[in-house]
Design a protein. Structure first.
Ligand SMILES: [Zn+2]
Length: 380
């Protein structure tokens, strides 16, 4: 999240983009300014609190010759995760990090940096670093070598092995309160409070993702399209329901194309520094990212459906002040006036089932079709 255009002033700090975390920002800024950046941090905080943003900001501050100007090639590569001295390491195993993955990291950490004076490794799920891979890594974490810094990340402190924890300086990120997240989004994107609340509702209350949503007219239009489809379900025949399901998926595919274009740039960047093996690994990572992005966008559509049905329920319960989708209140009141609460509750359950099925890798198209048929039954 960028609080200001990084090109507009010389004194811009990479930490300015860290919204809603004043203590963390002050702490990391001071560490950089006083040249006492620790070689091992553990960033702890809930989803959406900005840990990855902070890790990237710190990496920019350490890898860019201007301490994170935001506009040089080093800064841009950190942002795109294609800087050869900045590594974001996701667990590759089903249950966590693989021994082989950590062996590779340990070896890589002994090599000199490629472009900058330092190398930075981010372990994105320190809670999933356990057993043999964790033990192999302990010595490196304790004595990383002067040019290496590690940033471990976890949602909670207790889920991280004590032996890892004790070797890191802990930086606690707070959960950003809803009211504050709304205010922040309004000031960052010039959105209204209503729009900011909608954005948080459809992105699982993640301020960072809500920011992305507000900046994307395609995603905002997709929301309107989803609401229209749901609203029309009660008058749709079977073929129209199937077409609606198809259109929901087509919208996701169109949004994915934007991500694909960004990935192409990452591959171009990668070719400058990476070996064939590393390029293959990058391609695999991008593929994984694309499918998790696809899932995220589908969940976003489902969240729109959920939020709309919930609004219908709230209206029936006589709580109009609590509505999220206030820009569609007319449609909501129409549905609320003719559909019973029990039906709305069952329609909501159909959305939950679809989510669960997608989570368990049922065909997305099938899950959405079944969901739409169930909702139609309840709303008719
Ligand atoms: Zn820079």
């Amino acid at each position: 999240m960028s609080q200001r255009n990084t090109h507009d002033t010389q004194s811009a700090s990479p930490f300015d983009s860290l919204v809603g975390q004043p203590l963390v920002t002050a702490f990391l800024k001071a560490a950089v300014a006083e040249q006492r950046v620790s070689q091992a941090y553990l960033f702890v905080g809930p989803v959406g609190s900005g840990k990855t943003e902070a890790a990237k900001a710190l990496a920019k501050a350490l890898l860019c010759v201007q301490e994170g100007c935001g506009s040089c090639d080093d800064c841009r590569r950190v942002a795109r995760q294609t800087h050869p001295d900045f590594h974001l390491i996701e667990p590759l195993g089903v249950d966590g990090y693989l021994a082989e993955q950590m062996r590779e990291l340990i070896h890589d950490a002994t090599l000199a940096p490629i472009r900058a004076k330092k190398k930075i490794y981010v372990i994105t799920r320190a809670d999933l670093l356990r057993g043999v891979p964790a033990n192999a890594f302990l010595k490196t974490l304790e004595e990383p070598g002067s040019s290496v810094a590690f940033i471990l990340m976890s949602r909670t402190r207790d889920s991280v092995m004590e032996t890892l924890l004790s070797r890191c300086q802990i930086v606690a990120f707070r959960r950003i309160p809803q009211k504050e997240a709304v205010d922040l989004l309004c000031s960052l994107t010039n959105s209204s409070e209503k729009e900011a609340r909608i954005a948080l509702a459809v992105t699982g209350d993640s301020p960072h993702r809500a920011y992305g949503y507000l900046r994307s007219s395609t995603r905002r239009n997709t929301r309107m399209m989803v609401i229209e489809k749901i609203e029309r379900l009660s008058d749709s025949d079977d073929l129209e329901v199937l077409t609606a399901a198809k259109e929901l998926l087509t919208a996701v595919k169109a949004l994915l194309d934007e991500a694909r274009i960004q990935q192409e740039q990452q591959l171009i960047d990668g070719r400058d520094y990476l070996s064939k093996t590393a390029m293959n690994a990058l391609e695999r990572r991008l593929k994984r990212e694309l499918s998790s992005r696809e899932r995220e966008l589908i969940y976003e559509e489902l969240a729109v459906v959920q939020s709309w049905l919930r609004d219908c329920l709230l209206l029936r319960a006589g709580q109009p002040d609590e509505l999220i989708n206030t820009d569609c209140s007319y449609l909501i009141s129409q549905t609320a006036s003719r559909v019973f609460e029990s039906n709305l509750v069952r329609a909501l359950k159909a959305v939950d089932r679809a989510k669960e099925q997608i989570h368990y890798n049922v065909s997305v198209q099938l899950a959405i079709e079944v969901m739409l048929f169930s909702i139609r039954e309840e709303l008719t």
